[in-house]
Every structure is written in structure tokens, then in C-alpha cells.
Design a protein around this ligand. Sequence first.
Ligand code: ZN
Length: 134
Amino acid sequence: MIKKIEHLGIAVKSIEASLPIFEKLLGKKMYKTEIVHSESVKTAFIELGESKIELLEATDPSSSIAKFLEKNREGFHHLAIDVENIEAEITRLTQEGFTLIHQSPKAGADNKKIAFLHPKSTNGMLIELCEELV
Ligand code: ZN
């Protein structure tokens, strides 16, 4: 079952430079930064109602965020959807004809199991499924 928007992922060149802008804009401090080594990204999270903003900075030139920023300006990168059971959603979406980048969930930032859908099957939008680990 799909629950809500978990977060919006925003690609930035520098969290150090961008974070104060978002903190000022939203009137809140980030609650967490975390490096996800498997994705070569540094993340910072700010709560926004029931959802969050995730800032993403590449830690390595081979990172997908570094490649994204070679082609695009800083800004919206992916929509993350909170799901109750990520394995069940992967099965459902595969049956519906979507292509998943990750056929089985992997460890993501902020205590989540995650899987990305391929933008080719989602009208160009990168979508992340997230299930919170209890
Ligand atoms: Zn994300």
C-alpha cells in the first residue's frame, strides 16, 4: 500500500552551501546528515509536515548525483513514496509493467529499505520506494 510522499530528493552541488538556504526558507534545522556509501552521496534531511526534503550531494565523481548535475541544474531529483511493504510494491509495480532499477530492496538513508523505479517507465521521473525499518 502506498502511504504518502516520504520525501523530495533535491540534488545540490554542496550541502554546506545549500542547507542554510533551505533551513532559512523552511524555518527549521535539518535533523540528520548521513553518507550512503553504496550510492556515493551525502544526504541531509529537513522535516516538512509529514514529509521531508532530502538534499543530496555527490561524494564521488562516479555518483549518480554527480552525473545528474553534469546534465541538469541543481534542484528536483526524485520523488520518494512511503510504502507499507516494499517487497509487495515491487511485485505489484513489476506486474503493472514498471521497470525497477532495484529488483529487491536495498539499504537507504534515514533507516529505510529502498528501491528505485527506472525513469523510462515513469514518464521520465525518478521514483524511490521507501519502507521505514522498525
Ligand atoms: Zn531519497
